[in-house]
Design a protein around this ligand. Sequence first.
Ligand SMILES: Nc1ncnc2c1ncn2[C@@H]1O[C@H](COP(=O)(O)OP(=O)(O)OP(=O)(O)O)[C@@H](O)[C@H]1O
Ligand SMILES: [Mg+2]
Length: 254
Amino acid sequence: MLLSSTEINAPKQANTHAASQHSPQHPTRETIILATNLNKSVGSGEHVLHILRDLELQIQAGERVAIVGSSGSGKSTLLGILAGLDVPTSGLVSIQGNAFSTLDEDARAAMRGQTMGFVFQSFQLLPTMTALENVMIPMQLNGHPTPMQTAQESLAKVGLAERMQHYPKQLSGGEQQRVAIARAFAAQPAVLFADEPTGNLDTANGEKIIELLFKLNQENSTTLVLVTHDIRLAQRCDRVLTLQDGQLSEKAYA
Ligand SMILES: Nc1ncnc2c1ncn2[C@@H]1O[C@H](COP(=O)(O)OP(=O)(O)OP(=O)(O)O)[C@@H](O)[C@H]1O
Ligand SMILES: [Mg+2]
């Protein structure tokens, strides 16, 4: 069967449109994370270690950004500072136009709870609480109106509807990581930070977690900032930034 030129052209036009919508350079997108002149030093005197040096970073809403770099280059330090879990020695971080440095500890915690999710490399689930309780707790602390129902829905989305009453030690590494992702995504944060989300998982479970992260990114238009050594994960992102000598540089992924 021959296709008319309109039929042949239609999908092309649709694709072009989709590509421009996903471009990190798209002019209508808002900047969601802005870091300016960021410095982080630890230690003192001769033993001072400059982890971040005048680092600059701008991330647009909905972008998927991978941060790579050798061990000890400061990736986890940077992620912690961007999420307001740690403070820079100097420089500014603002999320959705609000500078962390202008907020006190309570306001920072409130902003984290409302706009950000964090997936730690080591899962950091509370061992004495069930999967359901682990997902509910942050929402309860942040005054979420329906913590239990939302936690149940979030666990169902990561395929753990049948395991909600299990404790972390009764779950496999991949299942624990899915609980951590359910917890991070439950309140539908604008930004999800994940530090080596596939680092502790075997290939098959790593693949599942990658699929899950990008599915949730698409469903909720979540901005993803991922630290990773996993090339499969980095290649799925819009941009790959390398942290070296305290600064970020952008490289096209070969
Ligand atoms: N509080 C601290 N005191 C002293 N040194 C620190 C502190 N925090 C981090 N460092 C050092 O800063 C450097 C960067 O650490 P960071 O954990 O950010 O690296 P990373 O890129 O995440 O490494 P990895 O890939 O191994 O996880 C390391 O040399 C680490 O030892
Ligand atoms: Mg690290």
